[in-house]
Design a protein around this ligand. Structure first.
Ligand code: OAD
Length: 273
């Protein structure tokens, strides 16, 4: 065992002593709820519980490619809410990840989020694997021609559905976020080996319901500690000897870890800046 005990102070010791230097982090919507962005599956506040007004066959249809081709409107209603911009600020959890990177400890960050808040919080782009894509680019679902970002923002703000305007195809435009029925970006598979290289794994704010991402924590070598910062126990957490579960809101858990590390002031100061 690498951990003295299954506690946050033991995790902090691992980092402070220099034994954890290649930390791999896996995140989901729960790290952004404190920024005001709803997650997907929380019973009352999650997006899927609040899509009734859109008359979907099932909530996940909003991110389903076949459904989108028939009816893109529900997605664009939602896109207006989720579109990155000055509206949302990074949380303490995002800034903690930026601190890990600044200290040279962040080996890779696999995120399912499409809000770009990791980057906004200061995590360098080359550390981030956007497993479900992002709103950073968009293209025609048929001919794949790229669509202008400035125009896209206009359509999203007006709640209108954009169509390719290169004069050839005129197909529907969709941001490069991964819908159900689409493969994950190549970078996800290319960078997956980083999970095997980890000497500490942090999983934050995800229900681990959507594969293949949900399989990442199970690829971690058995003797490597895995720490879960989440409201609830998820996935296979609790089955390995070095699993640590920090149940509660992730900003609170991260602040406690920062206290143990002696990084708390730096964390709060960086977050306020
Ligand atoms: P979910 O909504 O499925 O799960 C969010 C998890 O975070 C839940 O376990 C919550 O209990 C927890 N949570 C919420 N707020 C929290 C907080 N403040 N602190 C700690 N935990 C908190 O979101 P994801 O797991 O990210 O896919 O969902 C995975 C994928 O499903 C998304 O990427 C999206 C969706 O369909 C696509 O859009 C392709």
């Amino acid at each position: 065992l690498t951990l003295q005990e299954r506690t946050l102070p033991a995790v902090a010791d691992l980092i402070k002593s220099g034994r954890a230097r290649r930390i791999v982090v896996m995140t989901g919507a729960g790290i952004s709820t404190a920024a005001g962005i709803p997650d997907f599956r929380s019973p009352d506040t999650g997006l899927y519980a609040n899509l009734a007004a859109l008359n979907l066959p099932e909530p996940e249809a909003v991110f389903d490619l076949t459904f989108f081709r028939q009816n893109p409107r529900p997605f664009y209603v939602l896109a207006r809410e989720l579109y990155p911009g000055a509206r949302y600020r990074p949380t303490i959890s995002h800034v903690f990840l930026a601190l890990l990177a600044r200290k040279g400890l962040l080996h890779a960050l696999f995120t399912q989020n499409i809000d770009c808040l990791e980057r906004a919080g200061g995590v360098p782009g080359d550390r981030i694997v956007e497993a479900h894509g992002s709103f950073a680019s968009q293209r025609c679902v048929d001919c794949k021609v790229l669509f202008d970002e400035g125009k896209m923002r206009g359509f999203v703000e007006r709640g209108e559905v954009p169509r390719a305007d290169d004069g050839v195809c005129g197909g529907l435009v969709k941001p490069d976020i991964v819908f159900f029925g689409e493969p994950l970006p190549r970078a996800f598979f290319d960078r997956m080996s980083a999970v095997k290289e980890a000497d500490l794994v942090l999983v934050m704010g995800t229900s681990l319901q959507v594969h293949p991402f949900a399989g990442l924590p199970d690829m971690v070598n058995e003797d490597i500690p895995r720490v879960l910062f989440n409201l609830e126990r998820v996935g296979s957490f609790g089955t390995q000897a070095d699993d640590v579960m920090v149940l509660g809101d992730c900003d609170g858990g991260v602040r406690r870890l920062a206290d143990e590390l002696g990084w708390r002031d730096e964390l709060e100061k960086t977050w306020r800046e």
